[in-house]
Every structure is written in structure tokens, then in C-alpha cells.
Design a protein. Structure first.
Length: 286
């Protein structure tokens, strides 16, 4: 028996899961920035974010990369953080206020539908680990292009192949088995949906972007132990909660025990080092 993918249901569930995981994602913020700091810097470089730039951040989450962009653009620039989850955006707004940044605004919005934003408003569009979860990536990229001026840049951070991302691929595999979920069909959203050979570049080219580049960035995930990594993923990874939504509580508990045990292969005498490689995918609006 096969099920039909419903993008509306997927989006509603995604929103609910990130509403629930918002506090944890924010709380783990320092570890997330350590993990994704290098790829974030490369994304901002490739987007040519500089003093005075106008930047839109799609699927901004709790805003780690939003704040990094805001520091770059300075008081003469501005950054708009958008997300489908208002709860997680509230943490981005709070972080901006705590940092004394007055050049950040937030907007609850679906990245596939930015109708509130006029054409050609921004110099750069960024998205960190967000594009992979859009049911219609082509539409999301087209919307990013629309709100950019000609010559503006789109730059995103996504996961590379599952075999280079054991810290995430191991839990995903265990959860799929526990929940009886098939591997996602090509084109459907998921953590490794842009990881195939040439897939990310083709998505950008199909959206009309030119000068497309794909850069691999080694991004090992470091924790004191596999138990800490498992707790991080259990508390803050909305996608994993979404995959487990159809199983009972006792099955969830046993599944997370198996995940923690399996992640132990990445423990060493210095702590936990989880394999991870991100791709920074960038292009120019003609």
C-alpha cells in the first residue's frame, strides 16, 4: 500500500513540529553555530553580503545566520527573517534585540509564497538548511529570484550525501525502520533531497539562476558524547519528530535508545565527532 504525498499536510505538520521544537533549537544555538559556522560564512560570502546589503533569509529558524548577515550589512543594510513558524521567529527577534541589532525584521511567511514582498526588493536571498524541506523547491527558488534585483544572489546551505552525514543519516535510517517509512521518492522534501549528483545545481539552473556553484564544506558535529548528540537531535530536530509522528510513545522511546547506541560509533577519546558535510549552493538572478 502506498500513500500519496500531500504538500499541504506536510507543511502543516512541519509548522507544528517547529512550533514545538523552537525553544530547543534556540537553546542549542551555540552548538549549532559551532557546527554550521563555516558553511554559514561561505554562504554569506557567496551571496556577496556586505555593508549596506538588503538580505532576505528564507526558513530563518531561530536566526543564527540572520544575525551573522545583520552584522555584515551594518546599520546601512537590513535583513528580513522569514519562517513558517512564528514561535521560532520570536526567538530570532529576541536574539536580535539582545545583540542590539536594529536592522533585522521578521515575517511569518511560507518560502514558496512571498506575495507580501515586492519584486526586486533584495540584493541577496539566503537559506540555511531550509530549502531541502520545501515540497516545491522550484517555486521557492523562483520566489527568491523574484524578490531579488537583477544581479542579486541566492545562496543556500544543504546537506550533501547521506554517506557523508552519519550523524543525521544514522538516526534517519533507524527512524524509517521503526516507523515503517519508505525512502522518499526523488523530488520529495527530506534532509538529503538535494544531495544527488548534480541535483542541487540543476534545481538552481531550472529556476533561472546563472553562475551556479556548489561547494562542499566539511562540518563535523562535535559533542561531549553520543548521548549528548542524541539529546540534541531528539530535542531540536523537527524533521525527526515529524517522521516519528505516527508511532506510539513507547516505540519512540525505544527508537531514541537505539539511535543513541548507534551514534556511539562516532565516539572517541576526545568526545563525539559526527561526520557531516554541507553543500553551499549559490547562483545569480540574471
Amino acid at each position: 500500500m502506498t500513500s500519496t504525498f500531500d504538500p499541504s499536510v506536510f507543511k502543516a505538520t512541519t509548522r507544528e513540529q517547529w512550533q514545538a521544537a523552537a525553544e530547543a533549537w534556540d537553546r542549542w544555538g551555540p552548538q549549532i553555530e559551532d557546527w554550521l559556522g563555516e558553511s554559514t560564512g561561505r554562504m554569506l560570502d557567496d551571496a556577496r553580503v556586505t555593508t549596506g546589503s538588503r538580505v532576505i533569509d528564507i526558513a530563518a529558524g531561530a536566526g543564527g545566520q540572520t544575525l551573522a548577515a545583520a552584522h555584515r550589512v551594518g546599520t546601512s543594510g537590513r535583513v528580513l527573517a522569514t519562517d513558517i513558524s512564528p514561535a521560532i521567529l520570536s526567538f530570532a527577534a529576541r536574539a536580535a534585540a539582545a545583540a542590539g541589532l536594529t536592522n533585522i525584521e521578521t515575517l511569518e511567511a511560507d518560502g514558496e509564497d512571498l506575495r507580501a514582498i515586492p519584486d526586486g526588493t533584495y540584493d541577496a536571498a539566503i537559506s540555511r538548511v531550509g530549502l531541502i524541506y520545501f515540497p516545491d523547491r522550484g517555486r521557492a527558488l523562483s520566489e527568491m529570484c523574484r524578490v531579488l534585483r537583477p544581479g542579486g544572489r541566492v545562496s543556500t546551505v544543504v546537506y550533501s550525501a547521506a554517506e557523508r552525514n552519519g550523524f543525521f543519516a544514522v538516526p534517519v535510517g533507524i527512524i524509517r525502520a521503526a516507523a515503517g517509512l519508505p525512502a522518499p521518492a526523488p523530488g520529495l522534501p527530506g534532509p538529503f533531497s538535494l544531495a544527488g549528483d548534480g541535483v542541487a545545481a540543476a534545481a538552481f539552473t531550472d529556476a533561472g539562476l546563472v553562475d551556479v556553484t556548489v561547494t562542499a564544506v566539511p562540518s563535523p558535529v562535535r559533542f561531549s558524547s553520543s548521548a549528548e548528540c542524541a539529546r540534541f537531535e531528539r530535542e531540536s530536530f523537527g524533521a525527526l519528530h515529524q517522521m516519528l509522528a505516527g508511532v506510539d510513545e513507547s516505540t519512540r522511546g525505544r527508537t531514541w535508545e537505539r539511535i543513541e547506541q548507534a551514534l556511539g560509533e562516532f565516539d572517541d577519546p576526545t568526545g563525539f565527532v559526527g561526520p557531516c558535510e554541507m553543500l553551499v549552493v549559490s547562483g545569480t538572478r540574471p
